[in-house]
Ligand binder design. Structure first.
Ligand SMILES: [Mg+2]
Length: 242
């Protein structure tokens, strides 16, 4: 394509964290089930889902992503969908659900360590780019045992084209040598293709409803990998092609 910037040999490879290197979304799915069980005494499932979904999105601009934001949105939704109904014991129960979410073990996805090591062996700098609450994300990264494999850690508020541009500027890198690997089309793939970088999508069984988007199949700088194990060969092919 005439207006496609030419790609060069990859030199910076970034990985997403949640549901790319470690399991994440299931923690929220389980917590939502426990909260629905409390709320169903006072509100229909459809009204609860609709209220919570709307308030959770509205609150992202105030609180960002993460467990604390999630719990505040649950409590706010309860005051909207079932005003005055929750008992103080139920409020405590919801706060406890939040604390248990923050204390869960971090389960690293199979092949994460090997994939990172192999990509490093191709001579690429490794970056972790994860969005969310800095305290929660740093805890998960530390607990994952993967921290020392990264050259740079970036915990960001959102993943937009400008976010990626700013990270590349900081690393003195350019989009045509940049590869992003992640499970979310909306955050890990589309903004990276937008700035001229390459993106590898590893689908995960659970995707947050607000992050769902169709894959840009056929895009010349996009690839899909069935698992983390399939990532290093893709990078190695791009390295070898230059
Ligand atoms: Mg993710």
């Amino acid at each position: 394509m005439q207006d496609e910037p030419l790609t060069k040999k990859p030199s910076i490879v970034a990985f997403d964290g949640d549901d790319t290197l470690w399991f994440h979304e299931h923690v929220f799915v389980t917590a939502q089930e426990r909260i629905r069980a409390i709320m169903q005494q006072y509100v229909s499932e459809s009204l609860w889902s609709e209220t919570f979904s709307r308030i959770e999105i509205e609150n992202l601009r105030h609180y960002g992503y993460g467990v604390k934001s999630f719990i505040l949105s649950v409590l706010e939704s309860a005051t909207v969908a079932a005003p005055g109904r929750l008992t103080s014991q139920e409020v405590s129960q919801i706060l406890e659900i939040g604390k248990s979410m923050l204390q869960q073990d971090v389960n690293v996805l199979q092949g994460a360590h090997d994939a990172l090591t192999s990509v490093r062996a191709e001579g690429c700098r490794l970056v972790l780019i994860t969005k969310g609450d800095p305290v929660e994300q740093s805890y998960k990264l530390e607990a994952s045992g993967l921290v020392e494999l990264f050259d740079v850690i970036e915990i960001v508020r959102e993943k937009t084209p400008d976010t990626y541009r700013a990270i590349l500027a900081k690393l003195s890198g350019t989009a045509d040598t940049f590869v992003m690997v992640g499970n979310t089309i909306k955050s890990d793939v589309l903004p990276v293709l937008d700035i001229g970088g390459r993106a590898i999508h590893i689908p995960h069984e659970l995707v947050w409803e607000h992050e769902a988007a169709p894959a840009p199949l056929g895009h010349p700088r996009f690839a899909q990998a069935p698992s983390l194990e399939a990532v290093p060969p893709l990078i190695a092919n791009w390295v070898a092609a230059h």
